[in-house]
Design a protein around this ligand. Structure first.
Ligand code: FAD
Length: 466
């Protein structure tokens, strides 16, 4: 029997979906309250994108130092103080960013409520914080509760069987680690620890790791794993069980009809993520939850209940931070009465392995399936001066262009900093540019971006460098 406090717009969850939605809504004049049960910044800033990229980079620094003799550099006694690595990751990277987000929320006068939110009906929330509970009435709500790692049968999370959060927080570099599930999260973490010297075995259910990218891209990562990082990749394998003995774990799996075991310090399970929509009272609010717990929304992010929106990992589509933020902006704008809606035509996806893989828009295959008459133009990095000077020529830039007028409908990049190189091509796809637009643009030399220009000239049949 407490009195309800009246709110205008509430955002549940402060990940890249929620905090961006809250700030945009506030900028548009809404009175915004954000509710967070854990740390500000959500999965992405605390236990996802950001700490993983910090560890990946530290792994590169170590690996490059060890192999500096390639450039004629011989450092003596290269050691890792992993405690220091972890402190740097937490204090200098994660805490700085999450602190910055909290500051931005306050600057935009977004009220921050600590606690776990539950719907009571389509206009009422209960927020539980420790021993206390408070009822709130709201006009509009944006559900941005994100997702959590999936636990599989036979692999109960604990000290030795860990999820991505556990893998990011290890106190020391493991000697051996088994990774169940070679999607992008598993492959990124496998690569990071392999660079630190961990002996990695990846057990993947399908025929290839990182199945969301094309074979010719994934092959480059597989080669790097095998040749440069000593990673064992077992594909078409089914992980059956794990047995923990003290500080060791034995993983049993099946492949080609044979049962095998592999022993390690840790077993990391990265088989996917499940939306946090099951313990939220959505049914009391009348919100329909669809397949695999994902909330169905329209192009404006609206659920079947007209004043309740949902974004990010809680809704269908790629579980990526920039998608969550994009949807957050749209939902905030729609609540303010703007005619916004999502358009995913130019949604990049990146895998931060060696080489990095990045893709935007159509692949050649998906374009053809969509009935487009396209061709693919693939420019290898082997002749790119910047890539050579980085000693990282593995990779390419590929454009998918319409045959008739060279419109860029998609692109794939494999190579160093593919995550940044894809930005120009994302803009090209978003604004419907053709290969000529890029070919006519002066690109700085020497740069990886020049390969984008080269690929465009290739698409136009006038390549200088091939
Ligand atoms: P989240 O970031 O998950 O945030 C949801 C928030 O809601 C959480 O803080 C949670 O505590 C809170 N919450 C949940 N329920 C309630 C409730 N009832 N009441 C109050 N608060 C609640 N994506 C990329 O784009 N690039 C990458 O490089 C990348 N790397 C990743 C690496 C790893 C290891 C992982 C795990 C993920 C990675 N991702 C990456 C995915 C990315 O983290 C997610 O797509 C993104 O965080 C989704 O944002 P969100 O706002 O929807 O949810």
């Amino acid at each position: 029997g407490d009195f309800a406090i009246e709110l205008d717009t509430v955002v549940i969850g402060s990940g890249p979906g929620g905090y961006v939605a809250a700030i945009r809504a506030a900028q548009l004049g809404q009175k915004v309250t954000i509710i967070e049960k854990a740390d500000i910044g959500g999965t992405c800033l605390n236990v996802g994108c950001i700490p993983s990229k910090a560890l990946i980079n530290a792994g590169h620094v170590y690996h490059n130092a060890l192999h500096g003799d390639f450039f004629g550099i011989n450092a003596k006694e290269i050691t890792v103080d992993f405690t220091r690595t972890q402190e740097w990751k937490q204090n200098e990277v994660v805490d700085k960013l999450t602190g910055g987000v909290e500051m931005l929320l306050k600057k935009n006068k977004v009220e921050i409520l600590q606690g776990e939110a539950f719907f009571v009906d389509a206009n009422t929330l209960r927020v539980i914080h420790g021993e206390s509970a408070q009822t709130y009435e709201f006009k509009n709500a944006i559900v941005a509760t994100g997702s959590r790692p999936i636990e599989i049968k036979g692999f109960k999370f604990g000290e030795r069987i860990i999820d991505s959060t556990g893998a990011l927080a290890l106190p020391a570099i493991p000697k051996e680690m088994v990774v169940i599930g070679g999607g992008y999260i598993g492959s990124e973490l496998a690569g990071a620890y392999a660079n630190f010297g961990t002996k990695i075995t990846i057990i993947e259910g399908t025929g290839q790791i990182i199945p969301t990218f094309e074979k010719d891209m994934v092959r480059l990562v597989e080669q790097d794993f095998k040749k440069n990082k000593g990673v064992d990749i077992v594909t078409n394998a089914f992980a059956k069980s794990a047995e923990v003995n003290g500080d060791r774990v034995v993983v049993t799996y099946e492949t080609n009809g044979e049962t095998k075991t592999v022993e390690a310090d840790y077993c990391l399970v990265t088989v996917g993520r499940r939306p946090n929509t099951d313990n939220l009272g959505l049914e009391l609010a009348g919100v329909t939850v669809g397949e695999r717990g994902l909330i169905d929304v329209d192009k404006q992010g609206r659920t079947n209940v007209k004043n309740i929106f949902a974004i990010g990992d809680a809704v269908p589509g790629a579980a990526l931070a920039h998608k969550a933020s994009y949807e957050g902006k749209v939902a905030a704008e729609v609540i303010s009465g703007e005619p916004s809606e999502v358009d995913y035509i130019a949604m990049p996806a990146v895998c931060f392995t060696d080489p990095e893989l990045a893709s935007v828009g159509h692949t050649e295959k998906s374009a053809k399936e969509a009935g487009l008459d396209v061709k693919a133009s693939k420019f290898p990095l082997a002749g790119n001066g910047r890539a050579l000077s980085l000693n990282a020529t593995t990779g390419f830039v590929r454009l998918v262009t319409t045959k008739e007028d060279n419109v860029i409908v998609g692109a794939q990049v494999a190579g160093p900093n593919a995550s940044d190189v894809i930005a120009e091509l994302t803009l090209a796809v978003e604004s419907g540019m053709n290969a000529e637009d890029i070919a006519l643009t002066i690109h700085s030399h020497p740069s990886l971006a020049e390969a984008v220009m080269d690929a465009s000239e290739l698409a136009l049949g006038k390549p200088i460098h091939i």
